[in-house]
Design a protein around this ligand. Structure first.
Ligand code: SF4
Length: 341
């Protein structure tokens, strides 16, 4: 049996024993797992009263990406993030764009065995500035991403998560000092959407966003706008109000266009007008950095100084064309841009 079929035996963190079963406390599902069975994410297995991660050091995908592709627009702009993913997910979104890996089970795909040292060496070879845990949900890869992120930091690399924010408080707190930036999906601002489309709940995601921000992790948010599902002006206004009230006006927000995928193929793509309306609502709510993605965005993928209006980062899609910065500040007036360079 190959490594990718049998999985990598590594004792999981964040679980406790309950009788002859184990309770996983990594994500809000809190799965109670019988001996020989796996949690909802399919990559954590109970055996003899212990819980094991089956994907420790197993990658499905490794690729150098512009950091803007995450999207992270205020974190090391214009640099390469060597990006790693494994398999599995703890949400079950009907519109998942990475379902080939998020829904894969051990044995479905050839997985590449990697060590934290490999991660560092690959990042050096790729001339990356950072390592990104992405493609599938990094929360469920916690045991490996934390150890490899420590190795990355020790070698001078920065780190990021592209995450659904479905994580419990204790493991999230452990990411402080290991993960420098997060792009967190807020998939809708109604619990009903999370229940019916994603198999999760909204409140834990919002709490994770707030806690990550409190912990000093650089946070950017992505809201994928899906026609007739989460695109009402009321819902988007409530989301923006929450960002202003619970996070900060300088938290970057990315509104992204939906395209039919996976099990949500009967829903049309998001019209550009809908994204324009969302952009206007967010700016009207006081958000300083609002971007559009997955669509021709014009200047709405550029960064403007909130104080003097200067275009400080000129982008063409995922590519930085030019900047007008003085370190991490506006090159003209010196205003703060919530930017890490
Ligand atoms: S990480 Fe996996 S096993 Fe643990 S609670 Fe979440 S879905 Fe269940």
């Amino acid at each position: 049996m190959s490594t990718s079929e049998q999985g990598s035996d590594n004792e999981a963190r964040f679980y406790s024993r309950e009788g002859d079963r184990v309770r996983c406390s990594l994500c809000p599902h809190s799965c109670l797992i019988a001996d020989g069975k796996r949690g909802l994410c399919s990559v954590r297995e109970a055996r003899d009263g212990k819980l094991f991660s089956l994907i420790y050091g197993l990658a499905s995908s490794v690729h150098p990406d512009p950091i803007e592709k995450k999207p992270l627009f205020h974190f090391l702009p214009g640099t390469t993030a060597l990006s790693f993913g494994s398999i599995g997910c703890n949400l079950f979104c009907m519109h998942c764009q990475n379902f080939e890996i998020s829904r894969a089970r051990l044995g479905d795909l050839d997985l590449l065995p990697i060590t934290p040292g490999d991660v560092v060496q690959m990042a050096k070879s790729a001339h990356a500035k950072s390592i990104s845990w992405t493609y599938n949900e990094p929360t469920i890869w916690h045991e490996f991403t934390t150890v490899a992120s420590k190795a990355a930091h020790d070698s001078g690399f920065r780190t990021s998560y592209v995450t659904n924010g479905y994580i419990q408080e204790e493991p999230l707190r452990e990411l402080k000092g290991l993960i420098d930036a997060m792009n967190i999906d807020v998939k809708a601002f109604r619990d009903e959407f999370y229940k019916t489309i994603c198999g999760g709940r909204l409140a834990p995601v919002l709490r994770a966003c707030e806690l990550a921000h409190e912990l000093g992790i650089h946070v950017e948010l992505t809201y994928l706008v899906i026609p007739e599902h989460n695109d009402s002006e009321k819902e988007i206004a409530e989301f923006c109000r929450w960002v202003v009230d619970k996070l900060a006006v300088d938290v970057p927000v990315h509104f992204s266009a939906f395209h039919p995928d996976y099990k949500l193929t009967n829903v049309p793509s998001t019209p550009g007008k809908t994204l324009s309306v969302a952009h206007g609502i967010a700016k009207g709510a006081g958000l300083e950095f609002v971007y559009l993605g997955n669509i021709f965005a014009g200047e709405r993928d550029d960064t403007f100084c909130p104080k003097c209006g200067t275009r400080v980062i000129d982008r063409d899609g995922f590519w930085v064309r030019s900047t007008n910065l003085n370190g991490d500040k506006c090159g003209k007036c010196g205003a703060s841009l919530n930017l890490q360079t």
